[in-house]
Design a protein around this ligand. Sequence first.
Ligand code: 6PG
Length: 470
Amino acid sequence: MPTASYDFGLIGLGVMGRNFILNVANNGFTTFGQDLDVQKVSALLEEGGNLQKVNASTDIKTFVQALSKPRKIMLLVPAGKIVDTVIENLIPLLDKDDIIIDSGNSFFTDTDRREGYLAEKGIHFFGAGVSGGAKGARLGPSIMPGGNKEAYQHVKPIFEAVAAKYNREPCVAYLGPKSAGNYVKMVHNGIEYGLMQLTSEMYDLLKSGGDFTNNELHSTFSKWNKGRLQSFLVQITADIFAQDDDLGEGKLVDKILDKAKQKGTGKWTSQNAMDLGIPTPSIDIAVSMREISALKNERIQAEKLYQQPNVTILPKEKLEELAEQALYFSFIITYAQGLHQLVVASKEYGYALKIAEIAKIWRAGCIIRAGLLADISDAFATDKELPNLLLSPAFVEKVQGTVSATRELVAYGAENGIPLPGLSNSLTYFDAYTSSRLPLNLIQAQRDYFGSHTYERLDREGVFHTEWEK
Ligand code: 6PG
């Protein structure tokens, strides 16, 4: 029986779990893993190489007893019921002040429920989203923890040691109480969906509208990644175009079925934005496009029924230049929407989020890391009450300078039958958000006409109703 001396415990030794625990061990902490799968336990022990630093067991009791108090137990198990099952198994074995950290993509209301339930038993529960995939988990992820602030002090040294670093600053920070961490990770994923959709639209635009080959796409995205579009997603997109197909001729990207799957976090972001009354159309459309992509058979049938316009091929250089600007514009708009949602959710759910801090911990390690986030963080640090990035003076020039290219491409896409819904939704959001007058006075009139729903007036206070039918 190992002595109760291990600093950190982790349940769920799948790819993410194994990589995360090895990261913790590499940073000088002693670690103990647990998984019901013997092979996963053996794989960790083999890779860990030293039982004093990395130990593991299939037995939950052995695992709990091996940890020093207060115990710090991270769960990297699939979100949903299994988290509750693991919690129930742990409860009888834990002591007051022990800490459970759920690092899966759990729905934030589940985290609130679990936090309340465990608080009654004197156990601290954290929702701490981890972003960066398997490699990030091993070498430095971005970590988004929320929960009890005092209890966080026990976890802080470990998280700060293992997190990605940006200019030596760790990409982790205490974000707020209860489900604050899960919520921020959910919106991170919503933004992730939006940025991925936009990069895929640029791919379509360059390929269909400019006859770009995969090699040319590789060069274009590589070049973009050296400029203001520098980001993890642009970088991996460049790599993807260079990947040969090991099972056949040509590049792998051309052989991949065009049906995108999803686990739900992007959809949750959109759904919750609707609940909060916050517009996030660049994220919503990214979810819808994954849904449309899934209708492959119907799309094949429909293509045969309707004529597609002939595409006018544009000069490569011009298209590349316009696309760079439009991608920059729409990336900004997508971050703006996600962060706007965080501003409002923070008030609604009492998270007291610091948006500048969140943008800071997204600068490295996570999937949506991008050069742009340093500017975004500065904008929210300068004005702590900033409701929307588009209202930051520092962003006016960046947006103003790239909107006309976006207009040109949205029009070009529409004329040539190249669907650019992420781009056009971003543009429409911008046009609407920056309009002091919208035609929704008419909607108010219609509502009042058919349902006596009343309306307000521009020229005087009060609530009015008109008998419209004479
Ligand atoms: C991350 C990712 C990750 C997410 C995948 C898949 O930050 O590392 O957001 O948490 O699970 O990106 O998400 P979908 O299956 O929904 O595309």
